[in-house]
Design a binder for this molecule. Sequence first.
Ligand code: PLP
Length: 358
Amino acid sequence: MPRPISATLSLSALTQNLNIIRGFAPDSKVWTVVKANGYGHGISRIWRSLSSTDGFALLDFNEAILLREAGWQGPILLLEGFFTAEDLDIVGKYHLTTAVHSDWQIKTLAEAQISQPVDVYLKVNSGMNRLGFPPARTGAVWQQLRELKQVGELTLMSHFATADSVEGVDAQMAAINLAGQHISGPRCLANSAATLWHPQTHHDWIRPGIIIYGASPSGEWKDIAHTGLQPVMTLKSELIAVQELKAGDRVGYGGRYHASGPQRVGVVACGYADGYPRHAPTGTPVWVDGVRTTTVGTVSMDMLAVDLTLCPQAKIGSPVELWGNYLPVDDVATACGTLGYELLSALSPRVPVSVTDE
Ligand SMILES: *Cc1c(COP(=O)(O)O)cnc(C)c1O
C-alpha cells in the first residue's frame, strides 16, 4: 500500500473558477497563468479543463513546449521573455508570445533571422522595480519595436505590487497612463487582485493566476469566500498513530510542544518533504475526521502531530485534510506567515495526485 497521503484536484472547480473570473472582467481576454507547473497542480493535469481560456501565461520554456506538445494551439505568453538569443528559435518554432523588458532583448530581436514576426508584450516598470522599461522611455521603446520586421502584434504590459492591499493601484496606474499616453495598442495589466478589486485595470487582457486555483491573492480566504471561487487542490492524509500524553510529555523534534495535562495526539502521514511547511507553528489549523483542530510541535520530514482533544473519536485511519475543501489553504498559510501561492506551488512530486470531475 502507498502512504496514505494524496492530493486531489477538482477539474470542475477549475472550469468554474475561470467562468467566475470572466464575470469579473467580461470585456477582457484572459491569460490563465500556469507558471510553476500550474501553481503546483501540474500543467498536464489541468490545462484541458481551462481550454476555454484565451491563452496561457508562464515563464519556463519547458512548460511552454509541454503545453504545445499536449495539444494547446492558442497563445502562450512568456512572462519573463527570452533569456538568451538562442531562445528565439524556440519562440518561433512553438509560436510563443514574449515579454520584452530590457534593451538587450530588443537588440537581439533586431538581429534575429526569423521567418514569422513574434508577438511582443512590452513591459513597463510602473513601480515594482522588477522588470520593465521606465515609463518615460516607453513611448520611444514602443516605436523602436514597431519598426522591427521581427515584431508582430505589440501589447503594453505592466504588473502591480499592491493590488491586494489598501494601497491599491492608483500610483502604478498613473505611471502606466503616463507611459502609454501616446500608445494606442492593447494593454495587459491585471493580476488576480486587480482582476477582483480594480476594474479600471482590466483593459484588453487580464492575467489571473492564484484565483484560478481558488486561493486568495491577499492571503485571506474571507476576501474571496463570497465570490464562488472554489479550492482546486485538496491535500489529504490519515492518522497513522495516536499517542496518549500526560502532563509534561513532549512531542516531536526539539521537544517544542509540552502537554499541560492528559492529551490525545494524532500522528499524520504528511511532512515537509510532502510540501507541508516546516515552519508551521503549533496551532496551525488542520481538519481531522470532521473537526477543525491544530498541529502540535515541529513538523518532521514525513509526519506531523495534531491535537485530538476536539475529536475524541479519531483513531488510526481517520481522515485528515491539510488544506482544500474543508480548510482553505489561505488559513494554513496565514498561520505560517506565508501565502497560499507558496504552499500550493511547493506540493512535492512524491505526493500522488488524482483528478476528479466534482
Ligand atoms: C504570477 C504573475 C501573474 C499572476 O499573479 P496572481 O497574483 O497569481 O494572479 C500575473 N502576471 C505576472 C507578470 C506574473 O508574474
